[in-house]
Design a protein. Structure first.
Length: 491
């Protein structure tokens, strides 16, 4: 038998942390790409992930939601079949098949991600991780055993989760979040949606097209109230035509019942004491996100939080703890996967002698309703608030020839161009393929090209991006600086 002294020595050895060049807590997209990249450069890399290969995006968020949104698009075409010369027939949506199509896609991406881990040499560790000291993380594995990892550098990439407001009865109602909504095996009879942000809007339209009655409740006076008025009006018109009930300026006082059975929301209008009861079969909460920063030992690592609970970072995404970085939503970055990827680029530069920072970068915004909403750069509201004069180019989507061939002419394209030059200040598209059209504009903006380059380039006919030619050939209206300054003063 070993002596007590020998056993004590063995225990110390067992608890000695394993050394890595980089340890990543959270397997989201930015962290995943970081792992593959640094491992391919010969570094020893470990990624700690509780459940999902590749994090939320390919499993429970971006890709699955767009997969199901496309199924809903097909359902909408079936309802419009006579418009395309196809006899209309009754049909029913089989959510089991919708879900299985989504699951097959997710499984395929999981396999691809695992293949990249194997190819790059990065180590994926499934378990629950928390800091136990500076740059040192303890991982509780599925079998209950523990490992300790220490990184020369550590990246925190734990993301966010659906936020639940302190509404009486909300937790007891066991509402759906986007995670459970994407796993439904039935079409809700009547879906009540709390929150008019991206998730709430996309899921409302999707479930309505599957056959649900849908009521969306939002605290603001407009859908996407921070966007320009023409955008919010177009979204409202779209939802009205699709038969989605929208309750705005709503304050939720109480919730009763249980989602999946019967649920009741008691609301009143802001400034109005009259109460209204909304009843449905299912409840979806999509009223914001909360950072995953609790219970992971940040205080032991010397990592401080902002007053909103996100990780405090510099423009290089370094936290208050030397050698510890944070990327993605948990660092307060915009809640888009493409921003998480750029966060990786910032950290990669920081660790490789580069100078990339988060300040001043262009972030594209895309809402995948049908039609899509896409924006890059300044909106009209933002330009006016900042006192920036601009020329406004705007055309309806029906002026885009390719859109007319698709019978998808709802919406518009518009661009803000500087008055004292030809640089593009911002672009907004609400229409079919808007996100793809926006990308061409974004590249031109990033390269510092004048709008005339897009106007005068030979673009393939007929394509949606070709719509940029009639957009920039249209007669612009001018918003003068004095008018902008006045708008800002009045605001």
């Amino acid at each position: 038998m070993k002596s007590t002294e020998e056993l004590s020595s063995l225990e110390v050895v067992d608890k000695t942390p394993e050394e890595y060049d980089l340890v990543i807590l959270g397997g989201g997209t930015g962290g995943t790409i970081a792992a593959w990249t640094f491992a391919s450069q010969g570094q020893r890399i470990a990624v700690i992930e509780r459940k999902y290969v590749g994090g939320s995006c390919p499993n429970i968020a971006c890709l699955p939601s767009k997969n199901i949104i496309h199924s809903a698009k097909v359902a909408s075409y079936l309802r419009r079949s006579e418009e395309f010369g196809i006899a209309k027939r009754d049909f029913a949506v089989d959510m089991h098949i919708v879900r299985e199509r989504k699951r097959r896609m997710v499984s395929g991406w999981n396999d691809a991600y695992l293949g990249n881990y194997q190819k790059s040499g990065a180590e994926l560790i499934f378990g629950s991780g928390r800091f136990i000291g500076p740059r040192t993380i303890e991982v509780i594995l599925p079998d209950g055993t523990a490992r300790q990892l220490r990184g020369t550098n550590v990246i925190i990439n734990t993301g966010t989760r659906a936020a639940f407001e302190a509404i009486p009865g909300l937790v007891d109602a066991q509402p759906l979040t986007h995670i459970e909504a994407l796993e439904l095996d039935e079409v809700p009879e009547h879906l009540l949606v709390i929150g008019g942000g991206y998730i709430g809007l996309e899921m409302s339209q999707t479930m309505r097209r599957f056959g649900s009655k849908v009521t969306l409740v939002d605290r603001n006076d407009r859908l996407l109230h921070r966007e320009d008025d023409d955008v919010t009006e177009a979204l409202q018109s779209l939802f009205d035509e699709e038969g989605i009930d929208v309750v705005l300026n709503a304050r939720i006082k109480q919730i009763s019942g249980k989602s999946g059975q019967s649920v009741r929301i008691l609301v009143d209008k802001k400034g109005n004491a009259t109460e209204k009861a909304l009843e449905g079969s299912h409840l979806l909460v999509a009223a914001g996100r909360a950072p995953n920063t609790q219970g992971i030992g940040l205080e032991l690592a010397g990592v401080e939080l902002t007053d909103r609970g996100y990780i405090k970072v510099s423009e290089r995404l370094e936290t208050t703890a030397p050698g510890v970085w944070a990327i993605g939503e948990v660092a307060g970055s915009s809640q888009f996967t493409h921003v998480s990827v750029d966060d990786f680029r910032v950290v990669h530069d920081s660790l490789s002698g580069g100078k990339r920072v988060t300040t001043g970068r262009q972030v594209p915004f895309c809402l995948f309703t049908d039609p899509e909403l896409a924006r890059i750069g300044l909106s009209e509201k933002e330009a006016k608030a900042q006192g920036i004069a601009y020329r406004l180019f705007k055309i309806p989507m029906e002026a885009v020839m390719r859109a007319s061939t698709l019978s998808e002419t709802r919406g518009f394209l518009k661009a803000l161009v500087a008055v004292d030059g030809d640089l593009i200040l911002g672009f907004t598209g609400f229409g079919v393929g808007a996100a793809e059209i926006m990308t061409s504009v974004q590249i031109a903006m990033g390269a510092g090209l004048p709008y005339t380059v897009l106007r005068d380039t030979i673009l393939t006919h007929p394509t949606l991006v070709e719509g940029l030619i009639p957009l920039f050939l249209s007669a612009p209206s001018v918003q003068k600086i004095a008018d902008a300054a006045l708008t800002r003063t009045l605001a």
